[in-house]
Design a protein around this ligand. Structure first.
Ligand code: SAH
Length: 482
């Protein structure tokens, strides 16, 4: 095996093809694959094939490519800027490659690297921006994997943003060279214009860019309240991941695992703000003030919350503080713990003929004399998801039974939903109080109650009541907020 070197044997370039002819010789699958690739450009496709397969014919009809049926001859290549020999017939491909070379046209022969003047990349297309991935033919599968990774990283609105940038290029030339011009472009691509394009507000984007250009725009901070999901990194949304990659500062709760925070930009500042019962934490007012302060400094902030930010995440208070301070923000939803727990149990939260509504509650409102509305809903058949419910498990069970819900109602409990170390328990409402005494649970716990729970898969779960521990302190893992 030859030693790996840092020298490329094929150097990437972008060839102008607008309005130019690109010839593809072949009528089968390989020709179709190349045709699809080239059709992502504004080149004029010539497809030369004795008999094209139906799929290729359909592609020709819908793409408006030129079809040249009949026997191949070299004159058909004349004037093309690129030729693909994709007939699958070695003798013919060799002939095509030789003809192209004689005519001075670069040629690619499918699956015959020895005949190729150039290779085609795996392509991420955000026209006018393109990312081309080449492996010199070593790993088409690797190239596809990289392609899909890069594709996920790049916003779908990158193309329109780049087009907008092009329309500001002349105006930006009038800014002094160096740091001032660089600052304009970095604010353009990372600030208000980019966000407006992302939201589909093109005229607003134009205005924001013009403001930047006239420098009458103060550097604007932006806070994204982002749902981190229940803990597994790959349950983060693509949008959450993208914002994490762009953030200057990541402000996160203790319940968000390190692995998720680590998905952020490497040089982003990370500020843990606690919110774990019993741990040293910032108060909500301090967090609000921190977010406002970072916004005023012009930072791009990701406020990372476990699950969905709008479910028991105190996002309401943070949004109000940001609104009052005039700081721009957005909300990115996440997979809430109830959904992750239901998935871990293959548990239908709504079940035809059994349950058609669901309640998200904490159970912490059960202390008073009157029964909260959600308890009535539970009795009328709603599926109930109890957040932060471990320390009030006995209260929840007692009050629901007292109010008329059967002690036999099915209950499912998941600790660390979505994570590899998750634990599942099942039982009935009568067993639920035992949850409070379990000292072996140190992660966050989700409890789901209702008749629909009986439809779950209990194969990998332990009985809830089997464990009778002497009274142990409730672990400090609820994420209950001070
Ligand atoms: N905004 C979050 C909830 C925050 S409150 C969301 O939408 O999920 C914190 C509570 O969420 C915990 O006490 C626990 O009940 C629940 N929780 C969060 N992550 C969990 C997980 N991985 N497994 C089980 N419960 C979880």
């Amino acid at each position: 095996m030859s030693q790996a070197t840092t020298k490329l044997n094929a150097f990437p370039v972008f060839i102008r093809v607008e309005g130019e002819a690109v010839a593809i010789v072949g009528g089968g699958e390989e020709a179709l694959a190349k045709a699809r690739l080239i059709a992502q450009s504004s080149a004029v496709l010539h497809i030369i094939a004795r008999d094209a397969e139906p799929e290729l014919l359909a592609f020709i009809a819908e793409s408006g490519a030129n079809y040249m049926p009949g026997a191949y001859n070299a004159s058909q290549l004349e004037g093309a800027v690129m030729v693909f020999a994709a007939s699958g017939d070695e003798a013919l491909d060799r002939r095509v490659a030789a003809d192209a070379r004689r005519l001075g046209i670069p040629v690619n022969a499918v699956d015959r690297p020895d005949l190729c003047d150039f290779f085609t990349p795996a392509l991420v297309n955000r026209a006018p921006v393109a990312v081309a991935i080449g492996t010199e033919g070593a790993g088409p599968v690797l190239a596809q994997m990289l392609r899909s990774r890069i594709d996920r990283m790049l916003s779908p609105s990158l193309g329109p943003l780049a087009a907008l940038a092009a329309s500001f290029r002349n105006a930006a030339e009038r800014l002094p060279r160096g740091s001032i011009r660089r600052r304009f472009w970095s604010d353009f691509f990372g600030g208000a214009p980019a966000r407006a394009v992302e939201a589909g507000e093109f005229s607003q984007a134009r205005e924001a860019a013009t403001d930047l250009l006239l420098s009458n725009a103060p550097v604007r901070g932006h806070i994204a309240l982002v749902g981190a999901g229940p803990g597994a990194e790959d349950l983060l949304t693509l949008r959450a991941h993208r914002l994490l990659m762009e953030a200057d500062v990541i402000v996160h709760d203790a319940l968000v695992p390190e692995a998720v925070v680590a998905m952020g930009r490497r040089d982003a500042e990370r500020l843990p703000v606690g919110k774990r019962k019993g741990c040293h934490t910032k108060s909500q007012a301090e967090i609000n003030a921190l977010l406002v302060d970072l916004g005023r400094q012009g930072k791009r902030v990701v406020r990372l919350k476990s699950g969905d930010p709008l479910v028991f995440g105190r996002a309401g208070e943070e949004m109000a503080a940001l609104r009052d301070a005039g700081i721009a923000y957005e909300v990115v939803p996440g997979v809430t713990a109830a959904f992750a727990a239901a998935a871990d149990f293959e548990l239908p939260l709504t079940l035809r003929g059994v349950s058609s509504s669901m309640v998200f509650t904490t159970g912490h409102d059960l202390k008073g004399n009157s029964l909260p509305d959600w308890a009535k809903l539970a009795i009328s058949g709603a599926t109930v998801a109890v957040y932060m419910g471990r320390s009030v498990a006995a209260e929840v069970a007692g009050r629901l039974i007292e109010a008329g819900l059967s002690p036999d109602t099915a209950v499912a409990v998941v600790e660390n939903a979505s994570l590899a170390n998750r634990r599942r328990f099942h039982g009935t409402l009568a067993d639920l109080p035992s949850l409070e005494a379990r000292a072996d649970l140190s992660g966050p716990v989700m409890t789901i109650i209702g008749d629909a729970v009986a439809g779950a898969n209990f194969e990998r779960s332990e009985p809830l009541a089997a464990h009778r521990h002497e009274s142990a302190p409730v672990a400090a893992a609820e994420g209950v907020q001070p």
